[in-house]
Design a protein around this ligand. Structure first.
Ligand SMILES: [Zn+2]
Length: 384
């Protein structure tokens, strides 16, 4: 998902990445702190920039970097709770809108999910209050106390912002987890996503009519799209639950060598009428290529499109579980095997969408169940 990021280290085995957008936002933030926050904080105590020992620009830069350290600690709060609950953390990426932690914790109970979502804002809150308390100790000197005070308020702001119940922000995740204690996961997600989108649209309206703020619009777009994407993903998993991998696999699969240039892969797939290509040599299978990977002018070889390695599923695997694996970043297709580990087909995103649409259409003809968001399991009439 984040190919324009550098891995700078690992914490408890979690890769820590810096996104290229930080290169833009750190200097911008540093200038904003040096030009606005610092002079304002100084004015409140009757001082000016000239009373500082260090140059304001240096303090601004230090604070900008410190803020991202604060964001990192916030994300680590989520990540370490997820690890403790038995989940997996694929990585933490620091980027323009803060941090993104890729967590796989599907087995977590709603109570655990709520705690995992709350852990980040809690870290920010503790950091903020702790820094403000330190800043109020007089003997630290003006520069350090001022930095601690600004750092403290920034972290409290971060905590409060993330606690807004606009899914997929942390507050929205807490809301969804609380709803999921009483409702199905899909219904809880739908309500939380609707609340998230409503808040996002209100923020857009506020920005248009009262106070234009490009950052607010960016965050609103992030919330609106994020809520919609997560709701669509869960809707698809819910619809596909109960179906089998074989019901959504394509058998028109080409085989290509890992070193085959991409234009040749496209020609080969077209010639064979294939919906997917298996990248393999005599010893290994590297992954799956689908037509949407192959753009005009794309350079490189087949193996470059398989950075995550192959994903194998059994032919009788639950399609909802297959969808959950394929919805992870960078997954293009699941390789379907039978009882003898023989490859019989590939499930791609296109096929998931097709099966999901068919399932939806098929269910519409049936009498509505008491909870219409919970489709009747398909085994009863779809088993072959
Ligand atoms: Zn968070």
């Amino acid at each position: 998902m984040f190919r324009t990021a550098w891995t700078i280290g690992r914490i408890r085995g979690i890769p820590l990445r810096l996104h290229v957008s930080l290169l833009l936002v750190v200097p911008f933030l540093a200038a904003s702190v040096a030009g606005h926050q610092l002079p304002r904080a100084l004015r409140q105590v009757g001082l000016t920039i000239d009373d500082l020992t260090l140059p304001a620009s240096l303090l601004g830069l230090l604070l900008a970097v410190a803020l991202f350290v604060g964001v990192l600690l916030h994300e680590l709060g989520h990540a370490l709770v997820a690890l403790k609950q038995g989940g997996k953390v694929r990585g933490i990426t620091l980027m323009v809108l803060g941090g993104v932690t890729e967590i796989e914790n599907d087995e977590a109970t709603p109570r655990q999910q709520a705690w995992m979502a709350f852990a980040g804002p809690l870290v920010s809150l503790v950091l903020g209050v702790g820094s403000l308390a330190l800043a109020s100790v007089g003997a630290l000197g003006l520069d350090l106390s001022l930095m601690l005070a600004i750092f403290g308020w920034m972290n409290i702001g971060l905590a409060v912002f993330n606690l807004i119940p606009a899914y997929p922000l942390d507050g929205g995740r807490i809301l969804r987890a609380l709803l999921a204690m009483r409702l199905t996961p899909l219904r809880a997600t739908r309500i939380a996503a609707t609340v998230g989108r409503t808040i996002a649209l209100s923020a857009v309206a506020f920005s248009i009519f009262f106070h234009f703020d490009p950052m607010l619009l960016l965050v609103a777009a992030f919330v609106y799209l994020g809520a919609s994407v997560e709701e669509a993903a869960l809707t698809q998993r819910d619809r596909l639950g109960g179906l089998k991998a074989r019901q959504a696999m394509v058998t028109r699969v080409a085989s290509v060598e890992p070193e085959m240039p991409l234009p040749a892969v496209a020609r080969h797939m077209l010639f064979q009428g294939a919906a997917a290509a298996l990248v393999r040599d005599a010893q290994n299978i590297y992954g799956v290529i689908v037509p949407s990977d192959l753009r005009r002018g794309a350079e490189g070889v087949a193996r470059n499109l398989c950075p995550n390695g192959p994903l194998f599923v059994h032919v009788e695997e639950d399609l909802g579980a297959v969808a959950r694996e394929l919805q992870r970043p960078g997954r293009r297709g699941a390789i379907v095997q039978d009882d003898f580990n023989i490859i019989v087909g590939v499930v791609t995103h296109d096929e998931l969408a097709r099966a999901s649409a068919l399932r939806h259409a098929a269910d519409a003809a049936r009498p509505a169940s008491p909870d219409t968001n919970r489709p009747v399991k398909a085994e009863s009439y779809d088993r072959r």
